[in-house]
Design a binder for this molecule. Structure first.
Ligand code: 5GP
Ligand code: SF4
Ligand code: MG
Length: 457
């Protein structure tokens, strides 16, 4: 999510902000620009550049905008769920962007439909709008607070009317959200990398359970729910965010590098020749691991950065070719060597299996896989689409079975304690993390915790 208030190039800046966060989703993008009288929407499927290819920024003038990037989930009706959502009523227009997941959305949806609401998307955003309409409060702010109190889960919302912008984060702060300044304008972003690109300065994190109102009168903060201990998604540090973003005062690259250092302490590989990482997300950890173990870090695998999406949907025979188009081994680095291969995470195990195969074909003598996060054993209920338990390789196999399945010589994961140490730098400033998909310790719902499990390797 990205938003800006108080800048005459609101739509352009929002485009740049979204573009900086393209890694968070490639299935759709959109923005709503506010000219003080009307809200104008533009959205579409695909990459940010595809969606805004023919967009006339001169025509969409306004002083405020909100935007979003869509990462499609399994049961998505794509276009309807591309955000922002724009709603018109007798009181005026309102647009909403949202990230995360409402875990009680099924119940709310049923209640809304039984009392006559017609919902046209499967997105949680629409639920918020309906709840706001129904609770009969006078001001937008009061009806928003009333609606937010009914939601359980991980969420960040930005709501914009022609007069104000409202920013809300769930009481555990599971998803990241920051506020910055660009001259006199306020900017809001899921990741601070967007601030760097537009030349904005970071101001502060949105706090768990906080509702911020931005208008021409400035910024106002209220707490709509009692703040709970922070549970920022650990996967943001492991894989999801860009290395140049800071989340809750911790730089992502540095956290990944420290995860690599901890991994090196926990699982060294005696007599290894070289350390290499799978581009891009595991390079930081590979550097840390190499530093810790006193081994050279080398570029053993390179990524074709021009690949984007191929036009051809690969047939089974050509799928292998597709992998080689994206990632190729550097034979001169790995041939005849005992290699430590670092990846940031294993979900289904498909990536690591392919890379091990590529490295074998390039003549690698031994491949010791080291993963800079704990095994993923449980599904995520908070907005990260990470398959069902049946598909999670670590949830269904022992370590020995996994070694065989991926074709490596050995495999080891970073412990939860190691990961936590790498991420949480200062407990006094509420830097707690969610790691439920790894530990089974869900911060939100009791019955989810019972279904989950934790296994230490
Ligand atoms: P797998 O191939 O095991 O299913 O997924 C893990 C690999 O895919 C890692 O290399 C990771 O960098 C990448 N990856 C892509 N999307 C995701 C995601 O949503 N979560 C995680 N943890 N890794 C992902
Ligand atoms: Fe992130 Fe995992 Fe928690 Fe989901 S369960 S919010 S992916 S740490
Ligand atoms: Mg990867």
């Amino acid at each position: 999510m990205f938003a800006i208030w108080g800048h005459d190039k609101a739509a352009e800046i929002t485009y740049y902000g979204l573009h900086a966060m393209q890694h968070r989703g490639q299935d759709g993008a959109g923005l709503v620009v506010n000219d003080g009288t009307n809200l104008h929407l533009h959205k579409g499927e695909g990459f940010v550049n595809d969606v805004f290819k023919d967009f006339d920024f001169q025509k969409f003038k306004g002083f405020a905008a909100i935007g979003n990037i869509r990462n499609k989930t399994k049961h998505d009706k794509v276009f309807d769920n591309v955000q922002p959502h724009l709603f018109h009523s007798l009181d005026g227009s309102m647009s909403i962007v949202h990230t995360g997941r409402i875990v009680n959305s099924g119940t709310i949806r049923r209640n809304l439909e039984e009392s006559g609401s017609i919902l046209h998307s499967t997105s949680d955003t629409e639920i918020l709008a309906h709840l706001m309409r129904r609770n009969g409060k006078k001001s937008v702010e009061d009806s928003l607070i009333e609606a937010l109190k009914m939601l359980i889960g991980a969420y960040a919302f930005i709501v914009m009317t022609t007069e104000k912008m409202y920013i809300a984060l769930d009481p555990r702060g599971i998803r990241p959200l920051s506020i910055g300044r660009l001259g006199d304008a306020y900017v809001v972003s899921s990741e601070t990398c967007a601030f760097n690109i537009i030349g904005a300065t970071f101001e502060r994190e949105v706090l768990p359970g906080e509702l911020i109102t931005i208008s021409d009168a400035g910024l106002e903060s209220r707490r709509f729910l009692l703040r709970e201990p922070r549970h920022l998604c650990a996967m943001e540090y492991v894989y999801f965010s860009r290395p140049d973003s800071d989340l809750n005062h911790v730089n992502v690259h540095s956290a990944r590098k420290r995860m690599g250092i901890e991994l090196g302490k926990e699982h060294p590989v005696p007599d290894a020749d070289v350390v290499t990482g799978i581009p891009d997300s595991s390079i930081s950890a590979a550097i840390g691991y190499a530093e810790q173990c006193g081994l050279p870090y080398e570029m053993g695998i390179i990524k074709n950065r021009y690949i984007g999406r191929t036009f051809i949907k690969p047939s089974q025979e050509l799928r292998e070719q597709g992998v080689k188009m994206k990632l190729s081994p550097v034979k001169g680095v790995v041939n005849g060597k005992k290699v430590v291969l670092i990846d940031d995470s294993i979900v289904r195990g498909t990536t690591i299996k392919r890379i091990v195969k590529l490295l074998r074909e390039a003549g690698t003598k031994e491949i010791h896989v080291r993963i800079s996060s704990p095994p993923i054993l449980n599904p995520c209920y908070y907005g990260i689409d990470m398959s069902t338990k049946e598909e999670l390789i670590a949830a269904n196999h022992t370590l020995d079975e996994m070694v065989k399945l991926i074709g490596a010589d050995s495999l080891a994961f970073l412990s939860f304690e190691g990961m936590e140490k790498a991420i949480v730098r200062d407990k006094t400033i509420n830097q707690g993390i969610c790691a439920a998909c790894m530990t089974g310790n869900y911060p939100v719902l009791e019955n989810e915790r019972k279904k989950a499990f934790y296994r230490k390797y």
